[in-house]
Design a protein around this ligand. Structure first.
Ligand code: NDP
Length: 504
């Protein structure tokens, strides 16, 4: 929870007995841009109950009618991209075009989730096998019921919509708790759904601080989809353990980009700088480390230095990126830069002076000891650490030497996919960065401290369902071992059969 938001809590007027409220603030100017209720556990419980009531009808609608509803919402979002982009800018400070880009992805994912839910989740026959040949076997993927979605502020629409769109398409209701820094974006999403699909109140919003998120975890929801920091992810899991509530945990990363000797260096430098600095580096799958093969390192570093050196943060539309949205992150960024430089690292662009809250200018570091926080911990700022390696295999080994494992990128002409497959991450882009996030059919998620479970794609739809297996007896088997009236020879004959068909 940020100091700013907490400081701005207004206690309710006792006479009207309303919830206390908090303010959302434009990080570029400090201007108040909205006021939202702080929902307590009772209010969260009531909204979860309302979502539950609406859910059964939503599930009964079936895939085709749900698709119509979600398509109506998608069309409304498409028409009003600029309106929602404006809210994103006001609450995160990012440039308008970056907010628009985020919404382009939201719309495409919503289209995919609604359009593919039936194919992925509908009831289908599976082979019953030789031993159970008298059974007809089917599996279908049924909605959990109510899914609690807890989101971060850095991509306040794209990130939670990776859960919301897929959970709704699968037939669930959703109760969404946006970050305390971006409640207005959450409100806009919930209001627009209610406008497009007024007859099905299956998308409810709760706002407030961490306590509201914690209340959602223990509210009796049937699954929690959390996206945020690893530390909070652990707290969410602990809270969900109380009721054995299943969780999806999408956490931070320390993504590496590997540049092989045969890489297109211009493209690699472009991608490294964009991957590290866009959105002021506040991207879970942003590039934080680069391992470049020694033979091309000098040339690559020149290109990165030249490109990063031209970038300017600011609050105006022409700025390359905006401010650090969460004020407390500035101290983390400063600490990482300071330690790297004190321990012998070199700054090729920027340095300690680059941290000028609420903005941080681009910082390119090199030759940083591998155990520095700038190499091991998520920095979440417009900084990048470029390290030389003997060859791409050493780059892979160093990239994998991390407790995180979210995304990665490889630039190589000959060995791109081969190197990608050796990386211990949930996603890799070859000869680009972040491309996997824009492909709706691809599952998105990490390993290790980056969390587990998947949003997006068929796996992302199944994540919000419980598989139900059904067998139906078609005829009686001559050999039935599952009765007390079986003959003495039944099991022996079955052993002979299993040896015949499975023992060879
Ligand atoms: P936080 O972990 O601080 O917060 C995430 C959400 O959890 C917020 O809505 C927050 O509410 C809520 N929360 C806080 N405490 C609790 C609690 N005890 N129980 C339940 N919910 C709680 O993360 P940030 O918002 O700062 O987001 C940045 C992080 O998100 C980075 O680490 C980034 O890498 C990660 N991220 C991961 C992505 C992925 O897909 N893997 C994508 C995008 C970001 P409040 O804000 O009110 O405190």
């Amino acid at each position: 929870m940020t100091q700013t938001a907490r400081d701005n809590v207004e206690m309710s007027d006792a006479a009207t007995a309303k919830s206390p409220t908090f303010e959302s603030i434009d990080p570029r100017t400090g201007e108040v841009v909205g006021q939202h209720p702080v929902h307590d556990a009772t209010e969260v419980g009531a909204l979860v109950a309302a979502a539950r009531e609406a859910q059964s009808e939503w599930a009964e609608l079936g895939f085709a009618e749900r698709k119509q509803c979600l398509d109506a919402w998608r069309k409304l979002l498409s028409k009003r991209v600029d309106e929602l982009a404006g809210v994103i800018c006001a609450e995160t400070g990012k440039p308008l075009d970056d907010a628009r880009l985020e919404l382009i992805l939201v719309i495409d994912h919503l289209h995919w989730a609604a359009g593919n839910a039936e194919k992925v989740l509908r009831r289908r026959k599976v082979s019953a096998g030789v031993l159970m040949a008298n059974q007809s076997a089917t599996v279908e993927y049924l909605p959990f019921g109510v899914v609690g979605v807890i989101g971060p502020w850095n991509y306040p629409a794209f990130t939670p919509m990776g859960s919301i769109a897929y959970a709704l398409a699968a037939g669930n209701a959703v109760v969404f708790k946006p970050s305390e820094l971006t409640p207005g974006v959450g409100l806009w999403l919930a209001d627009s759904f209610a406008e497009a699909v007024p007859e099905h109140p299956v998308f409810q919003l709760v706002t407030g601080f961490g306590e509201t998120g914690a209340a959602l975890c223990t509210s009796g929801v049937d699954k929690v989809a959390f996206t945020g920091s690893t530390a909070t992810g652990k707290r969410v899991m602990a809270a969900c353990a109380e009721n054995l509530t299943p969780v999806l945990v999408e956490c931070g990363g320390k993504d590496a980009l590997i540049v092989d000797a045969d890489a297109d260096l211009g493209a690699a430098a472009d991608a490294a700088v964009w991957g590290a600095m866009s959105n002021a580096g506040q991207t879970c799958i942003g590039v934080e480390r680069v391992y470049v093969v020694d033979a091309v390192a000098d040339r690559f570093l020149e290109m990165v230095t030249e490109r990063a050196g031209k970038l300017r943060p600011g609050g105006e539309p022409s700025a390359n990126f905006g401010p650090i949205t969460m004020p407390s992150q500035v101290d983390v960024i400063r600490r990482h830069i300071d330690e790297a430089l004190q321990r012998g690292g070199k700054a090729l662009v920027g340095g300690q002076h680059s941290v000028r809250p609420p903005f941080v200018e681009p910082v390119v570091l090199t030759d940083v000891p591998e155990d520095c926080a700038a190499v091991t911990e998520e920095t979440f700022g417009p900084t990048i650490v470029v390290q030389r390696v003997r060859d791409a295999d050493e780059g892979v080994a160093r990239a994998n030497d991390s407790r995180y494992g979210l995304g990665a990128a490889v630039f190589s002409r000959a060995r791109g996919v081969e190197l990608a497959r050796q990386l211990r991450t949930g996603m890799v882009s070859v000869n680009s960065v972040i491309a996997f996030a824009g492909v709706p059919a691809l599952p998105f998620g990490g390993v290790g401290d980056s969390g587990f479970g998947r949003i997006h794609g068929a796996d992302g739809l199944r994540e919000f369902t419980r598989p139900q297996s059904v067998t139906r007896t078609r005829f009686r088997m001559p050999l039935n071992p599952m009765t007390f009236s079986r003959s003495k020879g039944t099991v022996r004959r079955l052993v002979r059969l299993v040896r015949l068909v499975r023992g060879r």
